[in-house]
Ligand binder design. Structure first.
Ligand code: G6P
Length: 367
C-alpha cells in the first residue's frame, strides 16, 4: 500500500512523530521486560570473544554509531573504532582477528558502507549489520542482522531510523557487556528499565512541538548556527547541525562543547544562535560552563535541558526548551526530537522542500 502523510504536512514531520511508536516496536524485539534482559537474535559466533568493534556508516547513521562508541566503551570496556565509510574503505584500517565490524545504515544500500562491509568480510571480521530494510544488500551479507523496526522512511533527512538505531545499539552494547562479564544482571535490568522509559520520554519531548515552531523564526534568519553537547550528546550536536543544513540550507556546525574555545568561539556574536544540549547528568556542569563562555561573548543561547537544568542555568538564554528528565542512557534518543523539530520548523518557515531537499538523495547507491 502507498504510504500516506495522513494529517501531517510532510513525511519528515510524520516520521518525527512516529518515534514513540517505532522505538517501542523496535525495543519489543530486543528486550525481555519480564526477565529484565536484553535479547538478541540467535548468534552463531561467540560474542564474548569479540575484542574490538569497528563501526562504519555514513550521515545520520554514522552519528548513531558515534553514540554507540560511548556505550560500548562504558559498558563493555571494549575498544571501538569508528569511521565514515568513504574514509574507511580507502585508508588501511587495521583489522585484527576477533573483531566485530558493525555497519549501520537505514537503507542497507549505501555504496560506501556496502563496500566497507565487503572489505571487512574479506579480512575475516565478524559482520554485524544494523539496517531498517531487512531485505537490503547489507542485510544479506550479515553474520548478525539487527533490524530496526522504524517502518519505511520517506523523508530524505533521517529521523525515526536514527532513534531506532540508538535503541538497538544500547541493547547491543548491554548484551555484549553482559556476555563479556562486564555488566551484572542488576545493571542489565537497569538498562532495560531505562530503555523501556524511552517511548514515553519521546512523547514528552514531542509535546514541545509548538514551542519549537514558535522559536523557528528566531533561527531562520541566521547565517550560521552552532550546536554543542558533550559525551553521548556530542554526536547529537553533530546530528542537529546536519539536520539543519540538510533541510533549511543554513550553515550549521556541531561541536564538542569543550572544543568551543579552540576555535569556534571566534565565530560568536549576536547573530549566531548556539543550541546547547545539556541534559542533567555527569556532564551537565561542564556543558553549562562552555555555554557561559559563549554567552559572555554575546552568543544567543537556546538551552535544551530538563526542568532542573533550565532552572539552574536558563537565565539569560534566548530560548529554553524543556525535555523530560531522563537517565543519561536515553538522553541521546530523547534529545534527537528537539533537534529534528527545530530543523523541521526552520525549514518550513523558510519554505524549503522539506522531504526532498536540493542536491540530496535518500539512499546514495553510487560512490
Ligand atoms: C543519505 C541520506 C541521509 C543518510 C545517509 C546514510 O545521505 O540523505 O539521511 O543518513 O544517506 O544513509 P543510510 O541509508 O546508509 O543510513
Amino acid at each position: 500500500a502507498a504510504i500516506e502523510k495522513g494529517n501531517y504536512r510532510h513525511f519528515m514531520q510524520k516520521e518525527i512523530f512516529e518515534q514513540p511508536t517505532v522505538v517501542a516496536q523496535t525495543l519489543r524485539s530486543y528486550l525481555r521486560p519480564i526477565e529484565q534482559q536484553v535479547a538478541l537474535p540467535q548468534l552463531d559466533f561467540d560474542i564474548s570473544k569479540i575484542n574490538r568493534v569497528t563501526i562504519v556508516a555514513c550521515g545520520t547513521s554514522y552519528y548513531a554509531g558515534m553514540v554507540a562508541k560511548y556505550w560500548f566503551e562504558q559498558f563493555a570496556r571494549t575498544p571501538v573504532d569508528i569511521d565514515y565509510a568513504s574514509e574507511f574503505r580507502y585508508r588501511a584500517p587495521v583489522l585484527e582477528p576477533g573483531g566485530l565490524a558493525l555497519f549501520i545504515s537505514q537503507s542497507g544500500e549505501t555504496a560506501d558502507t556496502l563496500a566497507a562491509l565487503r572489505h571487512c568480510k574479506a579480512e575475516g571480521q565478524t559482520i554485524a549489520v544494523l539496517v531498517n530494510v531487512p531485505t537490503s544488500s547489507m542485510a544479506r551479507e550479515a553474520d548478525l542482522l539487527l533490524p530496526t523496526h522504524a517502518g519505511p522512511e520517506i523523508g530524505v533527512a533521517s529521523t525515526k531510523a536514527f532513534s531506532c538505531q540508538l535503541a538497538v545499539l544500547a541493547a547491543l552494547a548491554a548484551h555484549f557487556a553482559v556476555r563479556k562479564g562486564r555488566m551484572t544482571h542488576d545493571e542489565e535490568a537497569e538498562v532495560v528499565k531505562h530503555l523501556m522509559e524511552a517511548p514515553a520520554a519521546l512523547n514528552a519531548a514531542l509535546a514541545h512541538d509548538d514551542e519549537m515552531a514558535a522559536m523557528a523564526p528566531l533561527i531562520a534568519p541566521a547565517r550560521d548556527v552552532l550546536y554543542i553537547g558533550r559525551g553521548p550528546d556530542f554526536p547529537l550536536a553533530l546530528e542537529g547541525a546536519l539536520k539543519l543544513k540538510e533541510i533549511s540550507y543554513i550553515h550549521a556546525e556541531g561541536y564538542a562543547a569543550g572544543e568551543m574555545k579552540h576555535g569556534p568561539i571566534a565565530l560568536i556574536d549576536e547573530a549566531v544562535p548556539v543550541i546547547v544540549l545539556a541534559p542533567s547528568g555527569p556532564l551537565f556542569e561542564k556543558t553549562v560552563s562552555n555555554m557561559q563562555e559563549v554567552r559572555a561573548r554575546g552568543g544567543k543561547i537556546v538551552l535544551i535541558s530538563d526542568r532542573e537544568g533550565l532552572d539552574e542555568a536558563g537565565e539569560g538564554c534566548m530560548a529554553k526548551i524543556e525535555m523530560p528528565r531522563v537517565h543519561p542512557l536515553i538522553a541521546p534518543l530523547v534529545y534527537a526530537v528537539p533537534v529534528q523539530l527545530l530543523a523541521y520548523h526552520v525549514a518550513v518557515s523558510k519554505g524549503t522542500d522539506v522531504d526532498q531537499p536540493r542536491n540530496l538523495a535518500k539512499s546514495v547507491t553510487v560512490e
